[in-house]
Design a protein around this ligand. Sequence first.
Ligand code: MIG
Length: 656
Amino acid sequence: MIQKYVYGTPFETDAVLGQWVPGSGEPAFGTVDLSEGFRFTYSMAEEDIVYGLGEANRGINKRGYRYVSNCTDEPNHTEEKLSLYAAHNFIVVAGEKPFGLFFDYPASLTFDIGYTRSDLLTVFCQGKDLNLYVIDGDTPYSIVRQFRKAIGRSYIPPKFAFGYGQSRWGYRTMKDFRGVVQGYRANHIPLDMVYMDIDYMQDYKDFTVNGENFPDFPAFVREMGEQNIHLVPIIDAGVKVEEGYPVYEEGVKNNFFCKRADGSDFVAVVWPGRTHFPDFLNPEARAWFGEKYRFLLDQGIEGFWNDMNEPAIFFTPESKAEQQQDPMPEIGAFSIPDVPVEEPENMDYQRFYHNVGGSMIRHDRVHNLYGYNMTRAAGEGFDRLTPDRRILMFSRASYIGAHRYGGVWTGDNCSWWSHLLLNLKMLPSLNMCGFLYVGADLGGFGQNTTRDLLLRWLALGVFTPLMRNHSILGSRRQECYQFEHPEDFRHVIGVRYRLLPYLYSEYMKAALRDEMMFRPLAFDFPDDPMAAQVEDQLMLGGEVMITPVYTQNAAGRYVYLPEKMLFVKFLPDGTVSEEVLSAGHHYVAVALNEVPMFIRKGKCIPLAQFAESVAEVDSEHLTLLGCEGAEYVLYDDDGVHKDYENPAHFRTLRKE
Ligand code: MIG
């Protein structure tokens, strides 16, 4: 059961769909204090676990730390960070009587989950206007499913988006892109997508293509398409201020940009130099911006990634002037503060306004909705521009609600082993919040990767819906063919294509049924106290458990099995090893060029032959891996159209 509690006059975020009759009095769990802002308090039992917060730092169990929902361009995800790119305000307290909480509040909100006092959960913000949804259910998973139903069906990408993609900040010319494709194809390492970072544009202007580097862009898109490669360009939030640039001129003319208090268009400096920010909270501006994607759709593009939409700001004329007035203190003037350092407020977010139904709302009061509504602009635009066809879309910043319009990548991680594990930990939390099409920059974005880190990370990435290798300008080259023994990469990425029918099927089931594709072990084994402890393995779909190796120089890892399972390893010679392991703890050996996973008792999964692109995967001739006599219900469709409900998409396979 879901109870809605309304405090003050909340800003309508459209995160939750449908009408809910508000409850009165105190929420069924915890207490609310409105004397200073809003403060929710719940006294946790010692064994309570707190799940959720989507794209957030630290563990699957969020207990013991603080998290601030405040979409931030944070390129350094070290352990102390309180805010990353997203604001996903949903948690489940799993204890004696589990319950879920969604704080539908568009500005900065703090979750203190046993940080200040180990037994207290407090959630607080400055404002007093918000909707609180309290969800009651028998199990954490039943609570998640109710929440997912309330926030609406998750975004479904085209099937090609389940292939593997290569990205790198710095690809500029057709030669660069052709080189990447050639590197993969020549080494027979599968590839479906190459992402175009900001350098494909003319002067970093959205919805332009550099004419010198791409004299005939549609022809180039076709040339790539003939090799089963989809180009996926980036779109940034800020629109360059430049006379004669139509996007700029239309935005100014129609008042589609965010304004300063005095009514002038707000200026922020980002990649293109001076920019204006489209007012994505204004439905007309949203419709206008969504329409702009047509420029690239018309040239054959079928997918995009939305960046810098926290929004990220390098500086503004105002902040620059302030900095100049406030020089760095002399050495010696620094003192060590005796209170914990809070992340500084971004004053620029107080300098611009959105037009919401005719009233001007200061950005910081609705900050966490900006990236969400950029993605929504795109998604709503695609629904009008290509009503029958799916378009790939994923975003950096997000809020719950954005999950209906696109996926997310988890932003600028680093080539660190710890970030491989952080990638795994975020997956179930993201799924709880509706984000199913998710993935991290495989190999790590910042810093220099290593061959072993990339291979291990890919062996997790083979399971994530968004499987993309991406790295920062100036870092060590990270394309798989740059390393010795490219056949190891061919094999590991090849496993993704062998699993593609299964992964696509499980994704679609999760989306159509409001389920989680990735779950903490405790969701499937609620009576096993040991399962609740596991932070480095996940249940995937209805059949699989994943256990990637995430330690440098490790030749394998310890795993915990809540029940007897089949240990499966995809070996470099293309064969699959199978071994039944009993419930309990085991050490399993996993070489750098192997992909490990487990299949649950009594289950089987379909397996295709190796292929170099999604289009080449033969989903008619599948073999089954797992338990004899087991059945698997496969979902499959053309991966392009939207007739998801057609029962013909389901067929039952049986392992003889
Ligand atoms: O200020 O477009 O997270 O994936 O390569 C950096 C350049 C802007 C940040 C994105 C990253 C992308 C980069 N962008």
